[in-house]
Design a protein around this ligand. Structure first.
Ligand code: 1GP
Length: 252
C-alpha cells in the first residue's frame, strides 16, 4: 500500500477521470447520535471522504466524533482544521492548510511552526494544501477569523495565478473555498481556469446546496466536491449530491 494512501486516492481521481464527494462535519454542530446517523447516510450514498473541522471548536468532542464515525463507517476521515489545536490521531489524514489566498503570515507558516511537533507526533498522513478563500457574497467565518481578504468572486485570473503558485510551491492539493454558507459558490469559470492549468487535485466547496451545482462543478474540473452547511439542514441531500457527483464521472 502507498505510504500516503489518502493523497494517492486524491491524485488517482484526476488520472482516472473520477469525481469524489466529501461531507464536511463541524464537531461543534453535531451530537454523537447525529454523527452516527450521518455515517449511515454516507455509507448508503457511497460518500468518498468525511472532512472534519470547524472554525472555532467550542466543544471538546473532536476525538469522540471521529471515533464514533469510524465505528460505523470505513470512509476515510480527513481533518480540515480551523486552528492548530484541531488534531486528532483517530483521523486518517490532515489537510495541512496554508492560506495562500491571504497575506496573513500566521496562516501561511506561523500556525504550522507551532503545530509541527504535534502534527508529526500524531502519525497522521499530512496533505500539504494550498487553501484559497474566494468571496462568496457573505462575510463568512473564515474571512473574519483569518484577517484576510478573499479573492474577489469574478477574478478568475487572480485565482488561477494563486493556484499555479501553490502548485509550483509543491502543495499536494488545492482547496478552493467560498466559505461555509456562502451565498455565491465558486463559479464554474473559475474552476475551469484552475483545473485546466494545474495538475494537482482540486477540491471545491462553500455554498453548494444542490446536486445540479455539484454536477456542474465536476464538469468544470473539480475533483472533489465538499458540502457541509446544506447537509446540516437536510441530511437527505447526501445521497442526492453523491449521486450527482458520481454521475458526472459516468457521463464524462
Ligand atoms: C466550507 O467548503 C466548506 O469550508 C463547505 O461549505 O458548509 O457552505 O457547504 P458549506
Amino acid at each position: 500500500m502507498s505510504a500516503r494512501p489518502i493523497h494517492k486516492s486524491l491524485v488517482d481521481l484526476r488520472s482516472q477521470h473520477k469525481k469524489a464527494f466529501a461531507v464536511l462535519v463541524d464537531p461543534d454542530k453535531v451530537s454523537i447520535p447525529q454523527i452516527n446517523h450521518i455515517a449511515n447516510l454516507c455509507n448508503d450514498a457511497h460518500v468518498d471522504y468525511l472532512f472534519v473541522g470547524g472554525s472555532l471548536m467550542v466543544t471538546q468532542h473532536l476525538d469522540e466524533c471521529i471515533q464514533s464515525f469510524k465505528m460505523n463507517s470505513d470512509i476515510p476521515v480527513i481533518l480540515f482544521p480551523g486552528s492548530p489545536s484541531q488534531v486528532s490521531c483517530y483521523a486518517d489524514a490532515l489537510f495541512y492548510l496554508s492560506l495562500i489566498s491571504g497575506r496573513n503570515p500566521e496562516l501561511l507558516i506561523g500556525a504550522h511552526v507551532v503545530s509541527a511537533p504535534m502534527v508529526k507526533a500524531s502519525g497522521l498522513e499530512v496533505i500539504s494544501t494550498g487553501y484559497m478563500v474566494v468571496d462568496g457574497g457573505a462575510a463568512t467565518t473564515v474571512s473574519y477569523m483569518s484577517h484576510s481578504a478573499p479573492i474577489p468572486h469574478d477574478k478568475d485570473d487572480i485565482a488561477l495565478c494563486t493556484a499555479m503558485a501553490g502548485e509550483m510551491q509543491g502543495k499536494h492539493v488545492l482547496y478552493v473555498d467560498a466559505g461555509s454558507g456562502a451565498r455565491q459558490p465558486i463559479s464554474e469559470s473559475m474552476i475551469r481556469r484552475i483545473a485546466s492549468n494545474t495538475d494537482i487535485p482540486l477540491i471545491v466547496g462553500g455554498g453548494i446546496t444542490d446536486p445540479e451545482k455539484a454536477y456542474l462543478n465536476c464538469k468544470a474540473g473539480a475533483d472533489v466536491i465538499v458540502v457541509g452547511n446544506a447537509i446540516e439542514k437536510n441530511p437527505n441531500l447526501i445521497k442526492e449530491i453523491a449521486n450527482a457527483v458520481h454521475q458526472s464521472t459516468v457521463k464524462a
